[in-house]
Design a protein around this ligand. Structure first.
Ligand code: SF4
Length: 372
C-alpha cells in the first residue's frame, strides 16, 4: 500500500513536498488529523452531491427503508450486475411480497424463480435466512450488523449494505465496486485480497462514512464503482472525486486495483440426455453440494479426460436403463462460460418406452416434467 507520512487518506496530489513534510514534522500529528478530516469531508460532500443528481432509478430504491427489499436486492446483487438483477427482483417481490411469503415457500419454487441468475447457493441461503428471520426475529429483518452476519449467506459487506441503506446504521460496505474506488482513491498498489490490505480498506471505508446519510453514501460508492470507476477505462473525467484521486495523480488508474493473474479456465464437457416420453421430459435433481446443487436438470455425465463422447454417452445410457433409448450421435452442443469453467453440454435426444415409473435414477430423485 502506498504510505504517506500524512496518513492513508491523503492521495499523492494532496501530499506535501519533502520540505513541507520536514516543516510539518514538528506539528505533524495535528496537521495529519486536520488534513485527513478535510479530505474525508470533501469526498463525502462531492460524492453525495453526485449521487443526488446521478443515482439510477432502481426498483429496490423505491423501498429503501424496507429491510426485506434491501435484503432481497443485496442477495441478488452479490456477484451479479444491476441490469441482470432488476427483472429477477421484480418477479421475486411480486411472488413473495413479504418475508413471511418467502419463508413459507417451497425451496424448489424459490430455485425455479432464481433459475438463470446463477450462483444458486445464494437462493438457498436467502430462503434459509428468510426462515430464520421469521422464526427468530418475528419477521423483522435485524438492524444490527452483528445480527445480520449470523444469517446464512450474509457477510460483513452485505450486512453493512442492508443495515446502512434500510436502517441508516453507520456501517461500511466493501464489495468489489467499493474496493476498486477506495484502492484507486488512495492509490493502493497492493492486492486488495491480502488480510492486511483488506483490513486497511475496511478502516478506510468506515472512516469515510458521514455521520448522516450513511446508506446514501454507501450506495453512492457502489454506484460510482459500477458506472464510472469501472475495472477498465474508468471515466475519470466524469468522476466527482477526480481532483482528489491518488490513482489519477500518479497515473495508475490502469494498474490499480492490482489483481492476481486470472485463473486458467478449465474445460468441462458433459454428455446430457434429453429423454422424452410423450410431452414430458426426464429431469433429475442434483446432489446437495457442488455445482448446480439441488437443481433439477437433464441427466448428465461428465466426459472423462481422453474419453470419447460416444463412450461417455454409452455410460450414461447404461445408467438410464433399457427403458430409455438415446440417439447415437449428439443433437446439439451448448457452451457456457462459468467463473472458471467452460462447460459444454453435448445433448443426446432419447425416447422412453412406455412411461417408466421412476422416482430415483442415477442415485438421485427424478421426475417426468411436462409443460405447465
Ligand atoms: S478519478 Fe478515476 S480512478 Fe479515481 S475514483 Fe474517480 S473514476 Fe476512479
Amino acid at each position: 500500500m502506498q504510505r504517506s507520512e500524512t496518513g492513508p487518506f491523503i492521495p499523492a496530489r494532496e501530499r506535501p513536498s519533502p520540505r513541507a513534510r520536514r516543516v510539518a514534522r514538528s506539528t505533524s500529528g495535528q496537521h495529519r488529523r486536520e488534513d485527513e478530516v478535510a479530505f474525508r469531508r470533501v469526498i463525502r460532500s462531492r460524492l453525495l452531491r453526485w449521487y443526488d443528481t446521478h443515482r439510477r432509478d432502481l426498483p429496490w430504491r423505491h423501498r429503501h427503508t424496507d429491510g426485506y427489499a434491501q435484503l432481497l436486492a443485496e442477495f441478488m446483487l452479490q456477484q451479479t450486475q444491476v441490469i441482470t438483477v432488476i427483472g429477477y427482483y421484480e418477479r421475486f417481490i411480486q411472488r413473495f411480497p413479504t418475508i413471511d411469503d418467502l419463508a413459507a415457500a417451497d425451496l424448489d419454487e424459490v430455485l425455479a424463480l432464481w433459475a438463470g441468475l446463477g450462483y444458486y447457493r445464494r437462493a438457498r441461503n436467502l430462503h434459509a435466512a428468510a426462515r430464520t428471520i421469521v422464526s427468530e426475529y418475528g419477521s423483522r429483518v435485524p438492524v444490527r450488523v452483528e445480527q445480520l452476519i449470523t444469517l446464512p449467506g450474509i457477510g460483513r459487506s452485505t450486512a453493512g449494505a442492508i443495515a446502512s441503506v434500510a436502517f441508516g446504521v453507520r456501517a461500511p460496505v466493501l464489495d468489489g465496486n467499493v474496493a476498486r474506488v477506495v484502492t484507486r482513491l488512495l492509490a493502493v498498489e497492493e492486492r486488495a485480497t491480502t488480510a492486511v490490505v483488506r483490513s486497511r480498506l475496511w478502516a478506510a471505508a468506515e472512516s469515510l462514512l458521514p455521520e448522516n446519510r450513511c446508506g446514501d453514501f454507501n450506495q453512492a460508492l457502489m454506484e460510482l464503482g459500477a458506472v464510472v470507476c469501472t475495472p477498465r477505462n474508468p471515466g475519470c473525467a466524469l468522476c466527482p472525486l477526480c481532483s482528489h484521486c491518488g490513482a489519477v495523480s500518479e497515473g495508475l488508474t490502469e494498474r490499480i486495483p492490482v489483481t492476481r493473474r486470472r485463473a486458467v479456465v478449465r474445460t468441462m464437457p458433459l454428455v446430457v440426455a434429453a429423454v422424452a416420453c410423450g410431452s414430458t421430459v426426464l429431469l433429475v435433481q442434483g446432489p446437495d453440494a457442488g455445482l448446480w446443487a439441488g437443481l433439477w436438470a437433464l441427466p448428465s455425465e461428465p466426459v472423462a479426460d481422453r474419453e470419447s463422447l460416444g463412450a461417455a454417452r454409452d455410460r450414461l445410457a447404461v445408467r438410464l436403463g433399457a427403458c430409455c433409448q438415446l440417439n447415437g450421435t449428439p443433437d446439439a452442443a451448448i457452451s457456457r462460460l462459468l467463473t472458471h469453467r467452460q462447460v459444454t453440454f453435448h445433448v443426446f435426444r432419447g425416447q422412453a418406452s412406455g412411461k417408466p415409473r421412476m422416482t430415483e435414477l442415477l442415485g438421485v430423485p427424478c421426475r417426468w416434467v411436462g409443460p405447465r
